[in-house]
Design a protein around this ligand. Structure first.
Ligand code: A3P
Length: 303
């Protein structure tokens, strides 16, 4: 499938997952050669579920003793430049970037759990997964695709986009399998996978920032608590702040491989819960909810 379901490359169906051709090639190379270390930390997500935010939070938490928050790299670098996206590095022949990340290595992936390299699944490295109400993911994906592809006239109508999303046709889709698999795995191995929900973090960011820090092996000390370091990290990573940094206002991320221009600004839109209400009819929302409910049935997971 060509546009609008993929950004720059046609999507292929591989083992039940829709994946951009180029990323699939990167994934296959990665599966063969990537060797994970026990100290590695992977940030995993379905696209448009809060990846950028999780990257900012995990990166600033992990590096807080090395760089003061007033001169922090996030003030001059987009979170995607601080935490490399694995499949993309392997797809574009830049895997050496991964070799030089200081330990503990922080990396990100959009791959479903079953497509991760065996060494990630088998080593004692950790995975933080973020998920979000699929209705808001769909809306976020719709806006993202429009910005990149140049508006509705150049791609599908919203109704068409919705239909394809419901069929699972979006990069790394279908979304329900993606979420469910990490959920099941996190129940089986809670020490390996931290399963976080975007909406919960938005509601209680300090609580989840502490949980994240603990999970990735750098909990906040009592003296840091007293100095409100966690609150400062939450503030630094808030969408309001991040949107305002010059580095995130314009300029493309390196995308020479895909021949599309992805501006850093595209990753920061509203950052709200329930934006689907201003785009979907009640019927559309109910249909997607019912679909997800059926898929999640018996798993203990609810939107
Ligand atoms: P919206 O389009 O709903 O605003 P991803 O990073 O996985 O591509 O997800 C992008 C979504 O996360 C966008 O959602 C974006 O606005 C939101 N986002 C980006 N940075 C954020 C932050 N610091 N806090 C909360 N949401 C953020």
């Amino acid at each position: 499938y060509e546009r609008p379901f993929s950004i720059g490359h046609p999507l292929r169906l591989y083992k039940g997952v829709w994946i951009a051709e180029k990323m699939l090639r990167g994934t296959l190379v990665m599966q063969q050669c990537f060797k994970s270390c026990p100290t590695d930390i992977f940030l995993a997500s379905f696209p448009k579920s809060g990846t950028t935010w999780l990257k900012a939070m995990a990166f600033s938490t992990l590096t807080r003793t090395k760089c003061s928050l007033d001169k922090h790299p996030l003030l001059t670098h987009n979170p995607h430049q601080c935490v490399p996206y694995m499949e993309l590095q392997f797809a574009t022949g830049r895997r050496q970037i991964i070799d030089v990340i200081p330990s503990p290595r922080l990396m990100s992936t959009h791959l479903p759990y079953f497509l991760l390299p065996d060494s990630i699944k088998e080593s004692s490295c950790r995975i933080v997964y973020i998920w979000r109400d699929p209705k808001d993911v769909l809306i976020s994906a719709w806006h993202f695709a429009q910005k990149i592809l140049g508006g509705p006239d150049k791609m599908a109508t919203f109704d068409q986009f919705y239909e394809f999303f419901c069929q699972g046709l979006y990069s790394f889709g279908p979304i329900w399998n993606h979420i469910l698999e990490y959920w099941e795995e996190s129940k089986r191995r809670p020490e390996k996978i931290l399963f976080l929900k975007y909406e919960n973090i938005l509601q209680e960011p300090v609580k989840y920032a502490k949980q994240l820090a603990h999970f990735i092996g750098c909990p906040f000390s009592e003296s840091e608590e007293n100095q409100h370091v966690v609150e400062q990290i939450v503030e630094l990573c808030s969408i309001k702040k991040m949107k305002d940094f010059d580095v995130n206002k314009d300029g493309d991320l390196v995308t020479s491989s895909t021949n599309v221009h992805i501006s850093k600004a595209y990753f920061f839109r509203k950052g709200e819960v329930g934006d689907w209400k201003s785009h979907m009819t009640q019927e559309m929302a109910e249909r997607l909810d019912t679909l997800i409910k059926e898929k999640f049935e018996g798993s203990g997971l609810q939107i």
